[in-house]
Design a protein around this ligand. Sequence first.
Ligand SMILES: Nc1ncnc2c1ncn2[C@@H]1O[C@H](COP(=O)(O)OP(=O)(O)O)[C@@H](O)[C@H]1O
Ligand SMILES: [Mg+2]
Length: 313
Amino acid sequence: MSRFITTEEVANQLHIHQNTVIRYIQQGKLPAVKVGKGYRIKESDLSAFVGEVEPVDEGARVLVVANQKGGVAKTTTAVNLAASLGAAGKRILLVDLDPQSGCAVCLRIDTSTLQRTIYDVLVHSAVDVAKVVIKTNSGFDLVPSNIDLAGAEVELKQVLAQESVLRRRLQPLIGQYDCVIIDTPPSLGILTVNALTAAKQVLIPVSCEYMALRGLKMLLDTISDVQSVTNPNLKILGILATRFDQRTLNSRDVYTYLSDFCDREGIKLFNQVVKQSVRFAEAPTSGKPLVELHPELDGAKAYQQVAEEILHG
Ligand SMILES: Nc1ncnc2c1ncn2[C@@H]1O[C@H](COP(=O)(O)OP(=O)(O)O)[C@@H](O)[C@H]1O
Ligand SMILES: [Mg+2]
């Protein structure tokens, strides 16, 4: 038989405020019985609620940049798209879900002194996500991470519906932005699954080198699991070839393979290819994304065009 729990327990399990739970009850979204001045919720009703409701807010587009391989330009892509879309007048929030805090590194923001980061938002239900947002100098806002986030994988295991914590916790902010971009760590663990569960679309950067292709099938399997269990609305926006070096046969071979792979799987391969350029690695020393620092360079143009396609495509 299903146990009855209090609104406070629901709030703790879902990492939301108790008032939000009461609002869900009063709106008829979450079944409950009145006991004295409070409510009691059947655990089975809560499980059904977590599984069925809370769709991603229609207001904002949530785009996750994912690939479990490191060094394929996830962070570079997330930061340059955020800056390009911000420059186009869109309200953009970049969420860093990598404990290495690559987004902050690219923007020269020191995260070691931050009182609160995305880690606190995910793990402590009392922390309001809006309080963690930083305004950057590059035309978008950032929810930063720091190394604390490395512990979240374990801590989230104790939370009910651990795959959808990020989706629930971002909800209050989503209406304030045109697009939320989520950068992910190089793994397919609970943080990446949270990002995929919170998103409408996933963009997959693939570096043009042989090893980069090996994990692609596994990533697509994870996306498919997320689609069937926690987020049926998730769509693959496309694969973006990065770090392409025209001079090498290797790069050209990988691109051809990638193109065939996308045809076979029915996945869009972006026409734009981000070329290998040392300027990308240099940009973080200035604290600016390449699209802002050198918008005239090929690499920056590729990201501007992808952003354009995201806006109008
Ligand atoms: N097109 C590119 N050409 C050359 N270097 C690049 C390019 N894109 C990214 N990089 C560099 O490659 C490294 C890894 O990129 P990063 O975006 O951090 O990858 P990830 O987030 O997937 O681990 C960084 O030093 C970055 O500056
Ligand atoms: Mg990264």
